[in-house]
Structure formats: structure tokens, C-alpha cells
Design a binder for this molecule. Sequence first.
Ligand code: ADP
Ligand code: MG
Length: 687
Amino acid sequence: MLTLETSIENLTKVGKTVASRLQNLGIFNVLDLLNYYPFRYDDFSTLKKIKDLQPGDIATVKGKIELLANKRSFKKKMFITECFLSDETGSIKATWFAQPFIAKVLKNGDEVYFSGKVDGDLFNHYLKNPSYEKVSDQTTHTARLVPIYAATEGISQKQLRFLIKQALSVVDLIEDDLPEQIKTFWQLIDLTRALKQIHFPENKAELEQARTRLKFNELLGWHLQNILLKKDVQESLAAPIQFNEEQTKKLVNNLSFQLTDAQRKSAWQILIDMAKTKPMNRLLEGDVGAGKTVVAALAIANAGLNGFQSALLAPTEILAFQHFLAFKEILGPLNLNVALLTRSKGQVFNTADNAPTTLSKAKLLKTIANGEIQLVIGTQALLEDKVIFNKLGLAVIDEQHRFGVEQRQKLREKSGDPATTPHFLSMTATPIPRTLALTWYGDLDISVLDELPPDRKKPITQLFSPNKRNQAYEFILEKIKEGRQAFIICPLIEESDKLGVKSATEEYQKLKEEIFPQLNIGLLHGKLKPKEKDRIMAEFAGGQTDILVATSVVEVGVNVPNASVMIIESAERFGLAQLHQFRGRVNRSRHQAYCLLFTASQAEKSLNRLNTLVNCYDGFKLAEEDLKQRGAGNLLGLQQSGVWNFKLASFADTNLLEQTKKAADLIASDYPEFMQRLKDTTVIHPE
Ligand code: ADP
Ligand code: MG
């Protein structure tokens, strides 16, 4: 008997190898299969008579197989399978390459559907590599809207469809717990029907309804979690932190620059929040290079001056180290102890002294626990059980959108006072238009740094077609000779190559072996272990590598001021917001930055979109533009930045985003049991 929890290994035709490949796709059991939605559909629903087929048509024909045979192409030593398909109006040739087994699966005289694209000229039509299936009422691969899944090497579409069909036989075991009233009011179909239709839609209208229902679930879930988070904060107490005006002024006056108005305003909002007895729950949104660090520093300084400790969580060890150095500068005028806690060791300095001292991790943990340290900088490792604070008043998380429930819980437990919750500040460079942010982050207060410091040179951004690539390489070489470094960003080429390993690796090989054998080149992609990534980034940050070939993993907060050139390959594949994030990586110093966008695309829409980036340097404007143009690239960009973790919903679903907000508020007020169940079972936001 199948259940939703049945492991894939127990399904028909799944052996060890197939199981491990499915696991690579994140599929472990029947429920995972049901939740593995197609990313597109082949529309093979149009049935045509053979005499009506035209080259270019995408269609299905029903007929009888004749003259089926395998041949060998002499040149390519490859099998070609050929046959004719006949109906009462005529016959058409079908050809398959390198799939000799087809001659075993199909037989002369079989009644079949062939689906695919018609090739050929006016007189001579044929079907190349058509999908085929014996005639039945319930087709899977032909004569319908056929689902196409993100597959992986060694797993075919046919296999996935076959397995998902098995899984669908128990889809009714899924409980649709959405209250009937909500379903009726918003005209939503049942969850089980939606799941059936998302995989094997009967028609486009059914598919649309299925998508709406599933998107509704995704967005509703998000809003409900926000509501839970907000409630959690409202019910907690925090220790108030008073604004120390005199010392704060001293800090600000000591900076080597003037704060922008946006920085002043945001800092002020934060300091007001922290003086309250409710924990702050604020997001500081600011474009790349807008200067979020110094704003956080003012909050941290005030916590320290009030006798409280702060924790700063960075996404990587490199960034933690960079913050460690930055805080040494900023907090200089105060007498505070700042520590860096990494996997391997600890470092501490007093802001009034010069050189940091290294000490053992055990020793450092002791000084944190007894309150000698006012600011601890580190990665998520700060959340480990052995890190105990004496009096934690403020927690700051960089390049993330929020503290999740679990992180909050951990910090509360280790804060030294279980009765209070630390103030929370999140910082992100992902510019989400303000109106959207308010709906999206229902639980958070938002401060925005909407201006860049005035001294910034704009990065020179330009579009190039592939025939300019060699000149671009020469340009890079020139800059490297001047002492600079360069990034080369590669896109994800295939759906199946989710982590972009393939394209980046190929580019890396080419540069290393053919183009720049004399230079040191690094390679960074999503499949590397965190430790490896850190090492490669450290080598680049330290100047040991001249060029870093990378996938979109470089997006987050890395600061390598010496890198001033960036090439982005197949730029049309990225969303504007994401391209802007990349570009921010090379705009962090006095060196003029260059961003070379390569595209082979001739499509007017893509070129227009890329030209927006050439002419605009404002992340928020670009995000709005992205939203307006509603490209799928936008979705991709935000997905990778962790903001948007949905399979179907996107920022373009503005109406549904608002409708689900209403539904969530309704559920929160009228369906206490639903909320309780959610609270008991929920895993709050993926971040
Ligand atoms: P981000 O918002 O991307 O985290 P950072 O805080 O790292 O940006 O700041 C980027 C750089 O800008 C740092 O070198 C910082 O010292 C500098 N900076 C911050 N604020 C200002 C300002 N008001 N004027 C000039 N430079 C500034
Ligand atoms: Mg930053």
C-alpha cells in the first residue's frame, strides 16, 4: 500500500541508482513527488490529420506504424530509427536518433500517438524525435498538455511522469485543511484536484485554476507565518536601551565621511525602537554599498554603552572578518571589546587598542559568557549551544531578511536573561519596492537607505555581443596589469544544472587553459562545500587570484574593493535586480568600475531590459522595473537571493499577494484552531 510517506525506493521501477538521482532532486518520498511540479508543458493537445500537418506545427497524430527499422548512420556511427505513421488521410515519416530501443518498444501495426514538431519543406514532411505512446484514453506523454519537469542526468521525463502518476494514485490522502469558507470566497479548487491538474492538466483552464490554488497556498503560508512571528514579538518583553546622544555624536564625528540623510533617519528609527520594552523587529533595506554597516554600528555602540552585548551574524566567514575590520574603524573612539568567532579560532580587540589578539575558542567563549565582550561577530555558528552571552541586548543579521523563529528562540535562550528577548535588526541589499515590502514583510518594520553616499562613481555598464569577447579579455588583462581583479559571472544554462556547476566549470577551464594561462584563476559555484567557498573567496579577497569565475553565489555581500571589472555572460538570463547585485560587487572603492554585459540575444525585449541596467544605477528603481516587466528572470533572481522560495508564485502576482494577505488576516482572527495547528507544525520561513 502506498502512502504519502512511502519512500521512493519502494516504488515500481526505482532501484538504488534511480533513488539516489531522485534524491538529488530533493525527492525522497511520495509526497515529494507530488510536490515536484512541472516547470512547463508541451502542448500536444491538438490532434491533427496527417494531410493537414504543416512544417512548424506542434501537434499530435494518431495512426498505425509501418516499416519500422533501425539503421546505422555511417559517418556518426549512430543508430537511426525510422518508421512511417499512417492514418486515413496519408502517411508521414518519423525519425529518432540514438534511441535504438524504440524499435523494441514499438511494433509494426501498433496504433499510436506521435507528438512533436513537424519538420521539413513544402512537400516532404517528417517528425523528428516525436514522443510516442500507444493509443489509450489516459495518455501520459502525448495527445495532451504534457508536463516537463526539471530532470537530472540519468532521469528522463518519461520516468518522472511514470513515478508521479504512481504518486497521484494516493493524492487523495492529502488533507486540504483550508477552511471551506475561504475556498468558496476566493473560488479555489480543492488541493487534491489542483495537484492532479498541475501534473496532468486536462486543459489550460484547469491548469490555471490549479496554479492559482497552489500559489494561494504558498502565499497564504507566508503571510500566516508572518502573523505568527509578529505575535511572538508582541508577546515578548525586551530590555530598553537608551540613546546615548553624546557618545553617538562622538562616533559620528569621527567617521571619515558624512552620514547620508537616509542613514541618519534609519539610525534614528532603530534607536527609538531599541528604547522600548518591546523587542525591535526591523529590517534595514539598502542598496549595495548604501552603508548599512555604519547604521548597525550606531545601534551596537548604544547597546554597548548601556551595558548590553550585541551579536552580529554574517552569512560567511569572509564577511564576518570584513565586519570585524570595519568595526575596528567605526567604533574606534569608544572603549568596547569586539570579538570575531570563527570555526577555528577567536580574535578580540579593544577598539581603543590597535592590533587584535588571537585567543583560543574556549577562552573567547568564557569572555563572552562573563560579559567582557560587547560585540561578537560570527556566522550562524554564534547560534551554537556553547556560545552563551551574559547580557545580550541586540542581535543583527546581515544579508538576510529576517530572523527565523528558531534563531530567535536560540538567541533568547542564550541571552543571559530568558525573560527578555533581544532587539532584532536584519539587513538586506535586496531592493524590494516599498509598497510590496509592506505586504510582504507583514511582521517587520522597515527602514530604507534610499540614497547612496555621494562620493560613488557610477560603474560603467555596457552591452556587448559575443564577437567582442576577445577585446573584453584584453581589457581585463590590462586592468589586471594595473593591479586590479575581475569577476566573470556565468549563468545557469540548463534547468537541470541548478547550481550552475557546468557552465562555470567550462568557462573556468577555457580561461585557465586557453585565454589566460599566465594568470591565477579561481572557480566558485554552488556545489562546493562552505569551507571550500570560504577558501576560494579568501584567496580572491587576498589578491592571490586575479580572476574569479563564479555562478550567482557571489551575489551576497562580498567586498573585494580591488576587483573593478566584471563580465556577466548570457546576461539576458538574469533578472535586473540580480544583475544589479552582481554589479554592486565591483563598485566598492575609488577605482572606476566596469560591468560588461554579454548577450547573444537579439530579442528586443531582452535588449530593452538590459539597457535599463546600462542607464540606471538605482536598485529600487530597477526592482520596480523588474516587477513591471514581469520577467521570469526576476523570479529567478529573487529565488536565489532567498527572498522568494516559492515554486509557482512570484512577485508579479501582486493581486494574489494582497488577496492572500486578507485571507491570512481572516484566518488569524476567525480560525483559532487552524492557527494553533499551524503553530504546532510549522517550520517558519526558510531563511
Ligand atoms: P552595504 O550597505 O552594502 O553593507 P557598507 O556598509 O559595506 O555597504 O558600506 C560600503 C562602503 O561605503 C564602506 O566602505 C563604508 O565605509 C562607506 N560608507 C558608508 N557610509 C558612507 C557615507 N555616508 N559616505 C561615504 N562613504 C560611506
Ligand atoms: Mg553589507
